[in-house]
Design a protein around this ligand. Structure first.
Ligand code: S3P
Length: 189
């Protein structure tokens, strides 16, 4: 079911934007829409947007899948932590992380210390459908994506629940999700 979009006037959005004094870091499972919704949110707030996976790929001159293959996941997680720490120092905009970042205890502590964290959440069927559009995610290559995503949701739920805000997304417009994030941040601040 599509949720109704909050009605926030440009003045209200501006008022919320003025209260935000830290970067906003989006966390949650693969396919939940962290990058698309993140871009929309940054647009609403008039701030910059960065995608952590893209930054890692640029720094390593390799795709995420190649980094996993050549160096392994622990190496990727260390690089991910360094990139997130750097970005949080450089921007007060919106940062979309890869799905495993907030599960790493050190990375999670860093984000909780320096940013407003928002857990984007949605049902498994939507995640399966969205992740099927691109074959770039190494963790989904080893078996049935539905079973893998279900297991990850179960394993990672307690970590994601430590985010400052929890926003459930649906098939509705990304703009509506971005507005719901703003409302959640406004109540949390
Ligand atoms: C991962 C999610 C991916 C990427 C890597 C690992 C994960 O990012 O960082 O494949 O552990 O959930 P997205 O969440 O942007 O797909």
């Amino acid at each position: 079911m599509t949720q109704t979009a909050p009605r926030l006037s440009p003045q209200e959005i501006e008022r919320i934007a003025r209260r935000i004094d830290r970067p906003i870091v989006l966390v949650g499972l693969m396919g939940v829409g962290k990058s698309t919704v993140g871009r929309r949110l940054a647009n609403l707030l008039g701030v910059g947007f960065v995608d952590v996976d893209e930054q890692i790929e640029r720094a390593a001159d390799r795709s995420v899948a190649e980094i996993f293959d050549e160096f392994g996941e622990p190496y990727f997680r260390d690089g991910e932590r360094r990139v997130i720490a750097r970005l949080m120092g450089e921007t007060h905009g919106v940062i979309a992380t890869g799905g495993g970042a907030f599960v790493d205890p050190e990375t999670r502590a860093l984000i909780r210390d320096k940013a407003i964290s928002v857990w984007l959440d949605c049902d498994i069927e939507t995640l399966v459908e969205r992740t099927a559009r691109r074959d770039s995610r190494p963790l989904l290559r080893s078996g049935d994506p539905h079973a893998i995503l279900l297991a990850l949701k179960e394993e990672r739920g307690d970590s994601y629940a430590q985010a400052d805000c929890h926003v459930v997304t649906d098939d509705g417009p990304h703009n509506a999700t971005a507005l719901r994030i703003l409302e959640a941040i406004d109540s949390w601040l």
